[in-house]
Design a protein around this ligand. Structure first.
Ligand SMILES: Nc1ncnc2c1ncn2[C@@H]1O[C@H](COP(=O)(O)OP(=O)(O)OP(=O)(O)O)[C@@H](O)[C@H]1O
Ligand SMILES: [Mg+2]
Length: 341
């Protein structure tokens, strides 16, 4: 497990005032899970990543990897301790004079792996990221997305226990992103790889992340399991991952209810089932429903005739695995939306 305890980072640029990149911050990265680090530009995400990887030492606090505080290690021990962390950074830096294949082989060379084994492992990884045809190409002959994929293959080549990826899929097309996410998921499941993803892409978070940590102004504002965050009303993390949508106003004589799904098994015919249980029409006004980590998650809005007792709605919803919350009644401009006869 990686654990930051009250870890902070202040930069002291020469001739300029100090910059607090990270205020004292505490969070855990559990083993075998994918943790997404989210937050606006400048919030401190990359700084936290650099602390985890030992590239930067904290100004205060500790950074533990499996119980060892790497902030206190000497240079050689630090290199040893962080060898178990594969890294892909914003703007992949590959060695320009080496081919894709040689770049992927590099960590294995450093680790003393023999030539034949190196070659085979690099080929296998290049195939996984869809670049077997480019094994002999130099970085200048590759597109940005292809370089990114070589960097991912390189980060994985020495079979790290942790993978830290800072915007690793940014700028890649949907197909390539999907194949890389598939690869990361397999590695998590097969090798118990722990993945830390710093990302702005909520598709990636919905598809792959188990946990999410939200950074704001240089510290952690919220952290939760993704499935938990999207089901917690008012969670900023939840709203980022599954954004609220604009919905039609409630038709005359109805009340709008917000619907969330509980964990594990919501039958997707719930609007019909809810209507049948209540004996009144239930109108779907809008919202989103997604599969997050193999489990249905949603935030939807329905209109129910205003006379329907709230207790009945809540009870019927609960029996269907729904979390229901009233969101207010009809409005004068809602006449256009009506129930079908
Ligand atoms: N070496 C440095 N010297 C001075 N200030 C720095 C340094 N590195 C980062 N900062 C400052 O620390 C703050 C946090 O930067 P950081 O790179 O961690 O943000 P980020 O959340 O990764 O943003 P982005 O999403 O844009 O990558 C920013 O205000 C940045 O300007
Ligand atoms: Mg960054």
């Amino acid at each position: 497990m990686i654990r930051l305890s009250q870890a902070s980072k202040t930069y002291y640029p020469r001739g300029r005032p100090p910059v607090v990149a990270l205020k004292p911050t505490t969070f855990d990265i559990p083993v075998g899970e994918v943790t997404a680090i989210l937050g606006e530009s400048g919030a401190g995400k990359t700084t936290a990543g650099r602390l985890i990887n030992g590239l930067t030492r904290p100004t205060s606090g500790s950074v533990e990897i499996d119980g060892v505080d790497i902030a206190r290690l000497g240079h050689r021990e630090l290199v040893e301790a962080t060898r178990r962390i594969g890294v892909v950074f914003q703007g992949a830096a590959l060695l320009a004079r080496r081919t894709a294949q040689q770049n992927v082989e590099l960590p294995l060379r450093i680790a003393g792996v023999g030539r034949a084994a190196r070659r085979e492992r690099a080929r296998e990884l290049l195939a996984r990221v869809g670049l077997e045809a480019k094994a002999g190409a130099h970085p200048s002959q590759l597109s940005g997305g292809q370089r990114q994929r070589v960097a991912i293959a390189r980060a994985l080549s020495a079979r790290p226990e942790y993978l830290l990826a800072d915007e690793a899929t940014s700028g890649l097309d949907a197909e390539t992103t999907r194949s890389i996410l598939g690869l990361l998921r397999e590695l998590r499941d097969d090798l118990n790889l722990t993945v830390v993803l710093i990302t702005h892409e909520m598709d990636v978070v919905r598809e792959l992340a188990d946990r999410a940590v939200l950074f704001e102004n240089g510290s952690v504002a919220e952290q939760a399991a993704v499935s938990e965050a999207v089901r917690t009303p008012g969670s900023r993390l939840g709203n980022l991952i599954l954004p609220p949508v604009n919905v039609a106003p409630a038709p005359r004589g109805t009340t709008t209810w917000e619907v969330g799904y509980t964990v594990g098994g919501v039958a997707l015919d719930w609007p019909a089932a809810l209507s049948a249980r209540l004996g009144v029409p239930v109108l779907l006004l809008g919202g989103i429903s997604e599969v997050i980590n193999g489990d249905a998650a949603g935030r939807l809005y329905v209109a129910v005739p205003s006379g329907t007792p709230a207790e009945s709605i809540l009870a019927a919803g609960k029996s269907l695995g729904l979390i229901l919350q009233p969101r207010g009644g009809d409005s004068a401009d809602a006449e256009k939306v009506t129930f079908a006869r």
